[in-house]
Design a protein around this ligand. Structure first.
Ligand code: AN0
Ligand code: CP
Length: 317
């Protein structure tokens, strides 16, 4: 595997989950695979889990790791070709990317949607330039439109905790004060559809996601109806995708917050969230602290999803 961005990059999901379980049972078995290989992680945006779990996964594989926070200490980067660079940005991405490629064997990129231009975001302008100009395998650590390391960890977690072969998995929008990307729900929808679960998405009108990712899911605008019989409740906020409201907050309606009463509508569901989560906006203290909440094991599986991805990339070098 040379690139990791879409669910299709990982191939057969059952096989991927099997490999994840093997890695989890013996995470130091491939310590030689990454010897003398360097991972460079580039962050255009903040991170706690992705940064730590991916670095840990790389260390499990014996790799060296360099982390660069582009906004802290590096030159400010121009990303548009053709710009007369007489402003505050001393370096262009078109030199920076191949230079970064010189110092590593594998590159991970985190670059969120900027909400300036929907087409630029959905064409993955930044990520694709890394693919084109770095000369290295590149994987997504949350791009403008997807967060596949998260979705892979979510899939592993659901497989570990499910009690029926084909669980009912409900992705629910929940309120948040700031405009957040669609990357997590886009990827989650793509992976849940590919896994073949009974998958339902619920959100207020105006929060429809791109059908490129949701195709195959049931869309239910009534959150209570959607939650009925759920085995897993996956809460997440996202901003509007559809024009003319792309990137906007249309609602902060706290009747969508996941409460104990909402969880009582489910089939004793497990509660999931990718984190970071705003308590008592997205989910109440009681629900996230309840024994049905699996947000911590879910985060722990980020190390595993990252390790499978890095292992496969190393195997292809
Ligand atoms: C980001 C998002 O919603 O995409 C990262 C989540 C993993 N969340 C925030 O910016 C709070
Ligand atoms: N879930 C997740 O990707 O968290 P970070 O933004 O902290 O990396």
């Amino acid at each position: 595997m040379r690139y990791f961005k879409s669910v299709t990059d990982i191939g057969d999901l059952k096989e991927a989950v099997r490999e994840a379980m093997q890695v989890k049972a013996n995470r130091f078995a491939y310590k030689k695979l990454g010897q003398d290989k360097t991972l460079l992680m580039i962050f255009f945006n903040s991170s706690l889990r992705t940064r730590l779990s991916t670095q840990k996964a790389a260390m499990n594989l014996g790799m060296n790791v360099i982390v660069l926070d582009v906004n802290q200490g590096a030159w400010k980067l121009e990303t548009e070709r053709g710009v007369i660079m007489d402003g505050d940005k001393p370096e262009h991405l078109l030199e920076a990317i191949p230079v970064m490629g010189c110092y590593c064997d594998v590159i991970g990129v985190r670059s969120f949607a900027r909400f300036e231009n929907k087409q630029d975001d959905y064409e993955e302008k930044i990520f694709n330039q890394f693919v084109k100009y770095s000369g290295r395998p590149v994987f997504a650590m949350e791009t403008a439109t997807v967060h596949p390391l998260q979705s892979f960890a979510d899939l592993i977690t659901i497989e570990e905790y499910k009690t029926v072969e084909r669980p009912r998995v409900v992705l629910t929008w929940a309120p948040h004060p700031k405009a957040l990307p669609q990357a997590v729900p886009n990827s989650f929808a793509q992976w849940m559809n590919a896994a073949g679960y009974d998958f339902v998405i619920t959100h207020p009108h105006g929060y429809e996601l791109s059908s490129e990712f949701t195709q195959g899911a049931t869309i239910e605008y009534d959150q209570d109806k959607a939650l009925a019989g759920a085995d897993f409740v996956y809460a997440k906020n996202w901003s509007a995708y559809e024009d003319p409201n792309y990137g906007k907050v249309l609602s902060t309606d706290r009747s969508w917050t996941i409460t104990t009463e909402k969880m009582a509508l489910t089939n004793n569901a497990r509660f999931m969230h990718c984190l970071p989560v705003r308590r008592n906006m997205i989910v109440t203290d009681d629900v996230i602290e309840s024994e049905r909440s699996i947000v911590i094991p879910e985060a722990a599986n980020r190390e595993i999803s990252a390790q499978v991805v890095l292992k496969r990339i190393l195997e292809s070098l």
